[in-house]
Design a protein around this ligand. Structure first.
Ligand code: ADP
Ligand code: ZN
Length: 613
């Protein structure tokens, strides 16, 4: 067969598999190209944002090629999640990891020996053991290395056990390897190809844009206000769920306690909990028993909960890669979702201390700087993000806070001068909070003890609130007028540029700090209810049915059908199996399993309407 004919054959088969097993009508950009590459036996590196659809890229070839696909994955929870979802689609899959009994293991080996599995998920350290003892007769179709950035020291999630994976190519030189990650910086990318010893891999880079996620950064308005604002976000989605990321375990626990006290259903997740506590939190979240998970960065990798509606960052994150991956967990179903970050002066100080203790100081410093540039941006935030991932964007997104409400600028020269001169008059020996207290004329005893009430700028800035001062100081920092001396108790120092401003040689423009008004309605873009063709009552009934069905089958609701699929059912109102099978996200297996119950629900609802007339 010539290569063109072979390509057409692969295309036809791949599309058939996509429809039959996953219920999708078409591939997303790049997916088909990747499937072709793997099916032709070539290596590739796939960079796609979280939620972009990486799994399909190896799952479809796994079904198309003879043999079993080996999928390397770093987390047990992630493997189990994927295996369950595959089985729910009628695809024979299993996971080999340390939390299994001998009996379970034996069953999997038996299935492997008989060639009954299409996909086997496995941890990297376990794979190293298995590789040496697998029977030569076992036919491996492909190796997929998920979360491949874990192989690189440059990445933000280095795992030493990944570095052994080059053995794959030595032992199976003819089997294609597909490496997948949502982390895109060039260093990590090159590292992946090198460390896996890939042979002239094709590199696929998808757009990292996730236009359905709205982006907002808020200056930290103080603890009580912040909590209020977080609650108002949660309140906007009473039937849905989200994540609050915190910098430390303690902070995550505190946040959970605060929210719980206010009546929210909450779980905590961080690396300090036992494995069973963590998997229980994850389980409750996936099954919709909790609204919010308060977590450190340890949470969320590989959770394919497609209806996470908001991701809140309680603080400035450490770097853009991590941040982007975290917010990417929202809105995987393509429906509107929100990413809200709170950012304060204190965050920079805290993060700086992490960096000082870390091994790779220069690199981490650089990454933090880029993160700050994003948080402090006065241009479209999405453009800042995309440019970080080397993607060109020529228009403003219209779905970030800067686009929605461009900052009002004013001549801030006098404001800046007051702050700068106060810093100088204290001999540059105070940190931000003390400086603001001085400017606002606070009666704090430490301030009197150090004689700061005597300096000329004492109370010179009492016309501005604490929050305003904090916002303006942070802008001054961004403008390079001041610096934080991290090695001197975070005291503020005036830069040469700042000195020119004090002397009146240069003006300063600042962005007006706006006090947040509490908002209870969903943002305009995040209002699925505006979809007039979806009947809310029917959707509600379908959700209840889905919850029931999920309980009976021991699955998470979204593994039965995603929210998007449910909305499609409510919209199309299928009443026959044939109509049911045409719906987005319903493959043959699920159609067979669920069509009767769901079409009956639609019919019942229709006739109840007629009875009302
Ligand atoms: P990633 O691993 O890249 O984070 P997933 O593979 O979990 O993303 O895919 C995210 C979501 O998109 C899943 O719900 C998946 O079923 C869906 N998806 C993937 N490919 C397609 C497609 N071609 N058409 C429709 N939905 C898709
Ligand atoms: Zn924008």
């Amino acid at each position: 067969m010539d290569s063109e004919a072979k390509k057409t054959l692969i295309d036809t088969q791949a599309l058939g598999i996509l429809k039959r097993f996953f219920g999708y009508d078409s591939f997303r950009p790049q997916q088909l190209d990747i499937v072709r590459t793997v099916c032709s036996g070539l290596d590739c590196v796939v960079l796609m944002p979280t939620g972009g659809g990486k799994s399909i890229c190896y799952q479809v070839p796994a079904l198309l090629l003879p043999g079993v696909a080996i999928v390397v994955s770093p987390l047990i929870a992630l493997m189990e999640d994927q295996v369950q979802a595959l089985i729910a689609n009628g695809i024979p899959a299993a996971a080999l990891h340390s939390n299994q009994s001998d009996a379970q293991n034996a069953e999997i080996y038996e299935a492997l020996r008989r060639g009954q599995l299409k996909l086997l998920y496995i941890s990297p350290e376990r794979l190293m053991l298995e590789l040496e003892r697998w029977p030569a007769s076992m036919k491996v179709s492909l190796f997929a290395v998920d979360e491949a950035h874990c192989i690189s020291q440059w990445g933000h999630d280095f795992r030493p056990e990944y570095t052994q994976l080059a053995r794959i190519k030595t032992l199976f030189p003819r089997v294609p390897v597909i490496a997948l990650t949502a982390t895109a910086d060039r260093l990590t990318r090159d590292d992946i190809s090198r460390q896996l010893a890939l042979q002239q891999p094709r590199v696929f880079i998808s757009s990292f844009d996730r236009p359905n996620i709205s982006l907002t950064v808020k200056q930290n308005p103080g603890k009580a206000q912040k909590l209020k604002q977080i609650c108002s976000i949660i309140d906007r989605y009473p039937d849905d769920s989200g994540i609050v990321y915190c910098l430390s375990r303690k902070a995550a626990e505190q946040m959970a306690a605060d929210l719980q006290q206010r009546g929210y259903r909450v779980a905590v997740y961080h690396a300090g909990l036992s494995a069973s506590e963590r998997s229980s939190a994850q389980h409750r979240f996936i099954h919709g028993d909790v609204q919010v998970v308060c977590a450190t960065i340890a949470f969320g990798m590989g959770i394919d909960k497609s209806n996470i509606r908001y991701v809140i960052h309680n603080n400035l994150p450490r770097n853009i890669e991590g941040y982007y991956q975290e917010i990417g967990r929202a809105g995987r179903d393509g429906l509107p979702a929100e990413a809200v970050m709170f950012y304060s002066f204190q965050d920079i100080i805290t993060l700086q201390s992490f960096i000082d203790e870390s091994g790779q100081k220069t690199l981490n410093q650089e990454k933090l700087t880029r993160m700050r540039e994003y948080a402090e941006s006065s241009v479209c935030r999405r453009r800042v993000l995309l440019s970080y991932f080397s993607e060109e964007s020529t228009t403003d997104c219209g779905n970030c806070d800067v686009c929605r409400q461009p900052p009002l600028r004013f001549d801030g020269t006098v404001v800046a001068q007051k702050a700068l001169s106060a810093i100088i008059r204290t001999g540059q020996t105070v940190a931000a909070n003390m400086l603001i207290d001085i400017l606002r004329g606070s009666a704090r005893s430490e301030l009197f003890a150090r004689g700061f009430d005597k300096i000329k700028t004492y109370a010179a800035g009492r016309d501005l609130s604490f929050a305003e001062w904090r916002a303006y100081l942070s802008q001054m920092l961004q403008l390079g007028l001041i610096e934080i001396a991290y090695d001197e108790n975070s005291h503020l120092k005036v830069t040469p540029h700042g000195m020119r401003v004090v002397r009146g040689l240069e003006p300063v423009t600042l962005a007006r700090y706006v006090v947040e008004k509490p908002r209870t309605e969903r943002p305009a873009a995040a209002k699925p209810a505006t979809d007039a063709t979806v009947n809310a009552d029917l959707l509600h009934r379908l959700k209840a049915l889905r919850a029931n069905v999920a309980k009976i089958h021991g699955l998470a609701p979204y593994m039965v059908f995603s929210d998007k699929t449910l909305r499609e059912i409510a919209k199309e109102q299928p009443t026959s199996r044939w109509e049911f099978e045409q719906i987005y996200g319903i493959g043959e297996y699920k159609a067979e399993k669920y069509w009767e119950q769901f079409t009956r629900a639609v019919r019942l609802w229709n006739s109840s309407l007629k009875n009302k007339d």
